[in-house]
Design a protein around this ligand. Structure first.
Ligand SMILES: Cc1cc2nc3c(=O)[nH]c(=O)nc-3n(C[C@H](O)[C@H](O)[C@H](O)COP(=O)(O)OP(=O)(O)OC[C@H]3O[C@@H](n4cnc5c(N)ncnc54)[C@H](O)[C@@H]3O)c2cc1C
Ligand code: FES
Length: 262
């Protein structure tokens, strides 16, 4: 029998990207797409700050929660070295999550970097499997595409260097879809990725009359539960803006709610 927070598996997917599965039945049963776990990597000697990771997948029957992460600093470095049996402290599921598409809607998931991890449960649970539009610098940052394809989701890729798919940013793929939608199809838009990509996608969605598209604004976090204001993002408030806590009021905001600087 596993302990709560115990690592069941932790493996390198590709390059700097890893995937960890934790035993945590409560989170596994409750989590919805777009929520996150706040992980205290108890094995870190110097730093007790938790690290937020999107819930990539759950298995409620097995009681497990999966995250997919890129090694970018000390916390993810330590995490990547943990073997099955190590125990971390997980808070979650946190955040509001995405609203699932209605049965007659087709999800369009717009992703960059680990954004493919955050939106996978939409692909898994939606009736229509829709499409994933994914942007990356090159092949090294393309992850989890086979998981989407295995669900029946169509995958379209754009890379900066043109080494895979269309050359350019993922917004090239989005623009094409917004200009040439398939007649009679009802799309519902979701996005997760680097902030510049989200801002560009959000503005395009608003301009196309799709301000209901949902963006996950993954800001650096501290407490993760709405108490410290470390994670604020600007959202519209009449003609001006207010600061919203991305951990507790988000991380998912509609494209119409987001305040765009320019
Ligand atoms: C809601 C949410 C969900 C997330 N989901 C995932 C996920 O599924 N997979 C994944 O790989 N990462 C995810 N992240 C980012 C992840 O939390 C950071 O990469 C991680 O905390 C870095 O910890 P570290 O100690 O390794 O790096 P640190 O030493 O703390 O930082 C190293 C570098 O990473 C940058 N960084 C730290 N936090 C973030 C962040 N939130 N966004 C962008 N850059 C950051 C720092 O500015 C610094 O340049 C998510 C963040 C949020 C807020
Ligand atoms: S991280 Fe503390 S309020 Fe959001």
């Amino acid at each position: 029998m596993y302990k709560i927070g115990e690592i069941v598996s932790n493996r390198c997917l590709k390059g700097d990207y890893f995937q960890a599965v934790f035993y945590h039945p409560e989170i596994a049963v409750k989590a919805i797409a777009g929520q996150f776990v706040h992980v205290q990597i108890t094995q870190m000697s110097a730093n007790i700050l938790r690290r937020p990771f999107s819930i990539n997948n759950t298995d409620p029957e097995a009681g497990t929660v999966q995250i997919t992460y890129k090694v970018v600093g000390s916390g993810t470095e330590v995490l990547s070295k943990l073997a099955p049996g190590a125990v971390c402290d997980l808070l979650g599921p946190l955040g509001n999550g995405y609203k699932m598409p209605a049965d007659d809607e087709i999800p369009v998931m717009i992703a960059g970097g680990y954004g493919t991890a955050a939106m996978f449960m939409i692909s898994k649970l939606a009736k229509n499997k829709g499409m994933l539009l994914v942007g990356a610098r090159g092949d090294a940052d393309l992850i989890l595409l086979e998981d989407y394809q295995a669900q029946g989701t169509e995958v379209k890729v754009a890379t900066n260097d043109g080494s895979v798919g269309t050359q350019g940013f993922v917004t090239v793929l989005l623009e094409d879809l917004l200009k040439n939608p398939e007649p009679g199809k009802k799309y519902r838009f979701y996005a997760c990725g680097p902030t510049p990509m989200l801002m560009a996608a959000g503005k395009m969605l608003c301009a196309a009359g799709r301000a209901d598209g949902e963006l996950s604004l993954d800001h650096v976090m501290c407490c993760g539960v709405g108490a410290c204001f470390a994670c604020v993002v600007k959202v519209k408030d009449g003609d001006t803006f207010r600061y919203a806590r991305s951990c507790s009021e988000g991380p998912v905001f509609t494209a119409g709610e987001v305040y765009y600087e320019n």
